[in-house]
Structures are given as C-alpha cells and as structure tokens.
Design a protein around this ligand. Structure first.
Ligand SMILES: Cc1ncc(COP(=O)(O)O)c(C=O)c1O
Length: 277
C-alpha cells in the first residue's frame, strides 16, 4: 500500500530516500561516520544560515524543545502561546519545574511583538520560546519583528521552533539573532520521523554552563563536545543519517532558491484554489 499523505507531517518519503536508508550501517565512532557527519554539517550550516554548530538528535523535536528549557532557563521562561504546539511548550516548561510566564494570542492569530516587549521589559525573563509556524492553525508568526524586540534584551536567550517551516523558506538564524533553532525530519525535509536538528549559539552554550540538572541525552554541552570530534553523544539512527545526507544532496542539487520558489508557488496554488471554492 502506497499512502499519499496530505498532512503537515509525516509527509510522503521518496524512493530515493528509502534507498539511502538501506545503506549498510557503520559504527558511529568510525572515520567513515566522521566523514559523513562533516559532509552533512556543511550543508546544514547553509540551510540554517549559521556559523554555529548544527546538531543531529535521535529524537523527535519535542526532545530538543524540552531539552532547551532544561539547558537554558535559569530565571523564568516566556512562552509565546497561539496554538497547540506553542501552548504545549508552556506546559512542558512547567513540567520541567521552571518558572513560566506567557504572552497569548487567540488560536489563528499571530503573537504581537509589542506584547513580547511589554513582557520582557519586566526583567523577569531570561528565555523565550516561539513557534515560527503554528502547524495546528497554519499561522506563521512575524519572526523578524519578534526577534527585533528580543534583541533589545541581551539577557534573553531565544528558542525558536521551525518544525513546519524549516527549508520551505529561508530562516536566517544568525542574522535574526536566534540562539536555538530547532526542526525535525518529518516535515519539509520529507524524511521519516525520528531525527531532530538544532543549532545553538555561543551565548546559549554560555548559559548552559550555568545550569545544573541539564540531564544527559539532551545536554547541549555533550552535543558540543562530540560535535568537535564529528560525532553525536550517543548512537544515532544511522539509516536516518544516510537519508538526511541524501536529502541534503538533493536540496543543493535543486538549488535552495529554486526550492523556496517551488514551495511558494505550491502555497500560492493551494490558496488560490481554496479562494475559488
Ligand atoms: C510546530 C510544531 N512544533 C513541534 C512539533 C512536534 O514535533 P515532533 O512530533 O517532531 O516532536 C510539531 C509536530 O507536528 C509541530 O508541527
């Protein structure tokens, strides 16, 4: 049975990706793995528009979304809530035992940058979470405008979920000043679920050194130590790493600008079709 999936994710996986996953498994401490990891890294830094390391985690995005809170929130986290995923991030922050606050918009509405400024001006917060594209409502937050506000508060570390927007349009991590940018494999990358990718700024690593109880599996400093050797902290899902490599080759062969344009054209086509109904 070949399903044609029309959901935000998981999306249909191509035969080429499945073929890549059947490459025989290698040891994750081997020179062959280091070579593969470094090839992937170069491509990922381009797609994240960053000079910072990009990590590969064998987990879905929630692993790293929860991990970010555990690594970075020392004082209090401001959760921007406007849909199922951003609302849940607030709940997850509380479950991590952190002090939390929120700015809220009705589902289907974007987060207001002025409200973010007002909340951060209280001086209570040292972290903020934002979902770029709220998949549950199809609402894309004004990332640039919100990041301009966050930049006014140097103590605040930004954590941005780009799960359903990454690689469909350019998100310039370094330029926007995003400290931690997170995505996962099963949406626009069209890989099977089970990997998440994230990039962490120098400022965020500094913050992590100040927190105890970061745990192990999602400890940013463990990721960094291993990254310096071209490796992951624990055994990654190697077939998915092969799939990621194959997909990245495909993306750069198509050309990233062509890819963005293709997504934009598809998006316009769907919107126009709906408007005509
Ligand atoms: C915006 C957004 N954030 C987070 C998640 C959770 O990602 P995962 O299921 O990879 O943990 C999803 C999944 O659909 C999502 O769309």
């Amino acid at each position: 049975m070949n399903y044609k999936l029309f959901i935000p994710g998981p999306v249909e996986v191509s035969p080429a990706t499945y073929r890549a996953m059947t490459t025989p498994v290698i040891g994750h401490r081997s020179v062959e793995f280091v070579y593969l990891f470094k090839l992937i890294q170069t491509h990922l830094q381009k797609l994240f528009y960053t000079q910072d390391p990009v990590f590969i985690s064998t987990s879905s995005a929630w692993g790293v979304m929860e991990g970010s809170i555990r690594n970075l929130t020392l004082k209090k986290v401001l959760n921007c809530m406007c849909g199922a995923f951003s609302d849940k991030w607030h709940d997850v922050s509380e479950r991590c035992g952190k002090k939390t606050g929120s700015v809220k918009s009705d589902w289907g509405q974007v987060i207001d940058p002025q409200e973010v400024r007002h909340a951060l001006s209280s001086g209570q917060y040292d972290t903020i979470t934002l979902v770029h594209n709220e998949t549950s409502t199809g609402t894309m937050n004004p990332l640039k405008e919100i990041m301009e506000v966050v930049k006014e508060f140097p103590e605040v570390i930004s954590i941005v979920d780009t799960v359903s927007s990454f690689s469909a349009l350019p998100i310039l991590k370094d330029n926007l000043g995003i400290d931690v940018m997170i995505t996962s494999s099963q949406k626009a990358l069209a890989l099977p679920p089970g990997l998440s990718l994230f990039s962490v700024s120098e400022r965020a690593f500094d913050r992590a050194t100040k927190l105890r109880n970061r745990g192990y599996y999602f400890d940013f400093l463990e990721f960094l130590r291993n990254h310096e050797k071209g490796m992951t902290p624990s055994t990654p899902n190697i077939p998915l790493v092969y799939a990621l490599h194959s997909k990245l080759e495909e993306i750069f062969k198509e050309g990233i600008e062509n890819r963005y344009l293709r997504h934009k054209n598809l998006n316009d086509k769907v919107h126009n079709w709906i408007k005509k109904k």
